[in-house]
Design a protein around this ligand. Structure first.
Ligand code: TRP
Length: 332
């Protein structure tokens, strides 16, 4: 029996983590740790549907682990690990693929987008990506999956696969629910506030990376896109640039929109941007410094991810045995 409800979530190491990854995901993950048993994963297997430079991928996986820990994910009370270290992900993924219909995979909007955007590397991994994600979630009897709006459809697919499997074999999988945090759900690009702040955007000026130095952060905010008047007012539709900066400031300094508006009455964008940059620098400073420290301490890093993988694997194996027994495979 579970004593606490379970959370599973992951970020793929396809780019350096940004302020958006922190505010939109990791910060919420930290808050959820009080009420749930949480598994927080570095989903490296999901990252290879696009081509990565092996050295860069290697660096990013280590760095992402250090950043998870530095940001406050409690690897003792919970489980922090690297997906490819737990072989049950790949095994369950194959099995679930046989219970996923091509029709439903064809309907995934992320797949349809990729089909349009990257027709030259439309590998089968892009197509079966949501099946691997379903395996991630279903391996651990997950109750709640915190994700961005863009991943909701994938969690719904996981539910459909679970339902189909349970319909045939009885109650094997727990039904997961997507959870889309409202606070900081969408930090946008500083150069194009109509699109999300992305860790894999070619234009690195639009994103603040957790490892950016204070100098770089100041420069990026100075160049951030604002609007034609000089009013600091929350109005995402007509003033997407300023509203995005207000969202960031609100998350970094813990202030409401009203408080921010009154703070900057009669002041211009210059003052405002300087304050936002300062707040972000202070918010990220401890995470960046602790990450750099951890990255120098190979022994600690290795012991964290080995311990995480061992405990995750033990849990995952229980599910996999239930599944393979149900299907009729012979135990080894
Ligand atoms: N596909 C998710 C994303 O791009 C990452 C992910 C992989 C994930 N497996 C997961 C998220 C399981 C939640 C649960 O953001």
């Amino acid at each position: 029996m579970k004593d606490r409800k379970r959370i599973f979530s992951g970020i793929k190491p396809t780019g350096d983590l940004t302020l958006g990854s922190y505010i939109g995901a990791i910060k919420n993950w930290v808050d959820l740790q009080n009420d749930f048993m949480c598994l927080y994963c570095i989903v490296d297997m999901h990252s290879i549907t696009i081509r990565n430079d092996p050295e860069v991928l290697h660096r990013r996986i280590r760095e992402q682990l250090a950043q998870y820990i530095a940001a406050g994910l409690d690897y003792k009370k919970n489980i922090v690990y690297i997906q490819s270290h737990v072989h049950q992900h790949a095994e369950l993924s194959w099995i679930l693929g046989c219970y996923s219909m091509m029709g439903e995979l064809n309907r995934m909007t992320q797949f349809k987008d990729m089909q349009k955007k990257h027709p030259q590397n439309l590998n089968a991994g892009i197509y079966t990506y949501p099946v691997l994600m379903a395996a991630d979630i279903l391996l651990f009897d997950t109750d709640v999956v915190p994700v961005g709006e863009d991943q909701k459809q994938h969690v719904e697919l996981a539910r459909n696969i679970a339902q189909r499997f349970n319909g045939i074999y009885g109650n094997i999988f727990t039904m997961p629910e997507p959870f889309i945090p409202k606070v900081g759900a969408r930090v946008r690009s500083l150069t194009d506030p109509t699109s999300k702040m992305s860790k894999s955007d070619d234009d690195t000026q639009g994103s603040i990376f957790i490892m950016d130095s204070p100098d770089v952060i100041v420069k990026k905010f100075k160049r951030a896109k604002t609007d034609s008047d000089s009013l600091i007012k929350f109005d995402p539709e007509n003033k997407p640039g300023v509203s995005n900066l207000m969202d960031i400031y609100s998350a970094a300094a813990g202030k409401s929109y009203d408080e921010i508006e009154s703070e900057f009455v009669g002041k211009g964008y210059g003052d405002f941007k300087t304050r936002v940059a300062e707040a972000v620098i202070e918010k990220l400073r401890p995470i960046r410094e602790k990450s750099l420290e951890l990255l120098k301490d190979e022994e600690t890093l290795v012991s964290i991810y080995r311990d995480g993988a061992e405990r995750a694997s033990e849990m995952a194996e229980k599910t996999l045995v239930k599944v393979t027994d149900a299907i009729g495979f012979l135990r080894k």
